[in-house]
Design a protein around this ligand. Structure first.
Ligand SMILES: Nc1ncnc2c1ncn2[C@@H]1O[C@H](COP(=O)(O)OP(=O)(O)OP(=O)(O)O)[C@@H](O)[C@H]1O
Ligand SMILES: O=C(O)c1ccc[n+]([C@@H]2O[C@H](COP(=O)([O-])O)[C@@H](O)[C@H]2O)c1
Length: 206
């Protein structure tokens, strides 16, 4: 009923959670890199009902999904509102449910370096670390913060070298891998600040 193919056991699936308000080329870039570097079969974009740490509500789900599909039309990428359908907002909750619903699938949590820096503030972040491999991408402006991140320090000995990134989906967690892909300086907040996104939604001139 959740709209995903059933014959997925043993597949390695990357999960890129985000507000996608709006989706941009930075998201598409790390997704293509994730497929390649981590040897993933698929990536699911989990378009969030709303980041629990962000005070402002994002644009309507339907608009964010439509934009995400336009930005990332790729045969191995699924754009999904599954968190809204599961009624989850916290990543640990989402992962617990997905792992129960799709036993045998090797899920890998994907995120940018900015999220590693604040990862220790997430609900049940220790549980996430010890239950799901995590793939992290360099992001402009976040390298230093990520290096000093509490999660990175506490789990330093479980870090997989970037040269071995392709093994990540098969690693028993805790396991995380930081990959230094060429960085793209795109962000949703910059697009929103330019005013283009909400103006697009109102159907006004670009
Ligand atoms: N240019 C980028 N390089 C690397 N990672 C990125 C980039 N843009 C987004 N990400 C990652 O993609 C995920 C979803 O990002 P999100 O939807 O919050 O976009 P954002 O551009 O970070 O938004 P905002 O500027 O509003 O914080 C996060 O893990 C984020 O770190
Ligand atoms: O679970 C949490 O406590 C938590 C706190 C902050 C962010 N997240 C998730 O991190 C992902 C990236 O969020 P965002 O808003 O930076 O795109 C998205 O899936 C959020 O639901 C999750």
């Amino acid at each position: 009923m959740l709209g995903f193919p059933i014959a997925m056991a043993e597949q390695a699936i990357g999960l890129l959670g985000g507000s996608f308000d709006p989706a941009h080329e930075g998201h598409a870039h790390i997704t293509r890199e994730a497929l390649k570097r981590f040897g993933l079969d698929r990536v699911w974009w989990l378009v969030s009902p709303g980041n629990p740490l962000k005070p402002d509500a994002p644009a309507p789900m339907a608009d964010r999904i439509a934009r995400a599909r336009a930005v990332m039309a790729h045969p191995r990428v699924v754009i999904s509102d599954i968190e809204a359908r599961l009624g989850t907002r916290y990543t640990a909750e989402t992962l617990r449910l997905l792992m129960a619903l799709y036993p045998g699938v090797r899920f890998v949590w994907l995120m940018g370096a900015d999220n590693l820096a604040s990862f220790h503030e997430w609900q049940d972040w220790d549980w996430i670390m010890t239950n799901v491999p995590i793939g992290i991408f360099a992001r402009p402006g976040s390298r230093l913060a990520a290096r000093g991140a509490r999660a990175a320090e506490e789990y330093e000995r479980f870090r997989l070298p970037a040269e071995a990134a392709v093994l990540l989906p098969r690693c028993r967690p805790p396991a995380w891998c930081f990959v230094n892909v060429p960085m793209l300086d795109h962000s949703s907040s910059a697009i929103r600040a330019e005013g283009g996104w909400r103006r697009d939604l109102r159907g006004g001139p670009r």
